[in-house]
Design a protein around this ligand. Structure first.
Ligand SMILES: Nc1ncnc2c1ncn2[C@@H]1O[C@H](COP(=O)(O)OP(=O)(O)OP(=O)(O)O)[C@@H](O)[C@H]1O
Ligand SMILES: [Mg+2]
Length: 251
């Protein structure tokens, strides 16, 4: 059985009434998006700007209950956010008044496990910066803190929405490797939204290409390459080309 089972029949914004299927008028943003995620699997999600990737991620994260369909984790339908699913957004979204360590260990209603926070800070390369405030961090460091925070609840699935797009090329490469390593160490499954097709191919076991208006899965491309994958390798370039051609067809 898969760990995560996503089935979005319809998602619309605006209009009246409850539930996506009841809406008339507003055009669907997502239609018939179905996929599964196995334990430890990395699934890349690519598609043109505005095709509905962030909308889909918010649904999977439990942040948007207003859709027709269901998200199952371990076979159970989920309603609302939960500790088994962590999210990393494009920008770090740290609380500016809390220290880095307090941000990482911020977990409503739960105790603050200092040793676990230290371990996570170590893992993401922020050792010694636990007492710093977010404004004292660089963009890359802040995004590392956001990754550590998302891992704090030991989620089984980590959702990443263009997590590295605001970073320089070298920081991005380091964080790509970091996320892959951390996910493997914690047996965390990843759902990675990215505009960087090479990033999708380097990190994913499978890439879903979404078409637009309405957002739907137009292609599933397996990436049967062992890790570590060479950034400049012919196999990576071939698959990158295949994904790009599919994206071009959708324009
Ligand atoms: N809260 C909202 N209310 C109304 N429409 C919305 C809302 N959020 C998103 N949309 C619309 O839904 C569509 C999908 O938006 P979404 O942000 O999911 O796209 P995306 O694929 O993440 O784009 P990008 O790659 O630019 O981040 C867009 O047409 C957008 O205008
Ligand atoms: Mg988006």
């Amino acid at each position: 059985m898969s760990l995560l089972d996503v089935s979005v029949r319809t998602k619309r914004f605006g209009g009246e009434g409850q539930g996506g299927e009841a809406r008339e008028g507003a055009a669907p943003v997502l239609s018939d998006v179905r996929f599964q995620l196995a334990v430890g699997e990395v699934l890349g999600l690519v598609g043109a700007s505005g095709c509905g990737k962030s909308t889909l991620l918010r649904i999977v994260a439990g942040l948007d209950p207003d859709f027709d369909g269901e998200v199952r984790l371990d076979g159970r339908t989920r309603h609302g956010p939960d500790r088994d699913i962590g999210v990393v957004f494009q920008e770090p979204r740290l609380f500016p008044w809390l220290t880095v360590a307090e941000n990482v260990g911020f977990d409503l209603g739960q105790g603050h496990d200092e040793r676990w926070v230290e371990t996570l800070l170590d893992e993401v390369g922020l050792r010694g910066l636990g007492d710093a405030l977010p404004r004292q961090l660089s963009g890359g460091q802040a995004q590392r803190a956001a990754i550590a925070r998302a891992l704090y609840t030991k989620p089984r699935v980590l959702l990443l929405d263009e997590p590295f797009s605001a970073l320089d090329a070298f920081t991005r490469m380091r964080l790509q490797d970091l996320v892959r390593e951390v996910a493997r160490a914690h047996h965390t499954s990843l759902l990675l939204v990215t505009h960087d097709v090479e990033e999708a191919v380097l990190l994913s076991d499978r890439v879903l290409v979404l078409g637009a208006a309405p957002g739907r899965v137009v292609r599933r491309i397996d990436v049967p390459l062992v890790h570590p994958r060479g950034r400049g390798s012919a196999a990576v370039a071939d698959l990158r080309g295949e994904v790009l051609r599919e994206l071009e067809r959708q324009q």
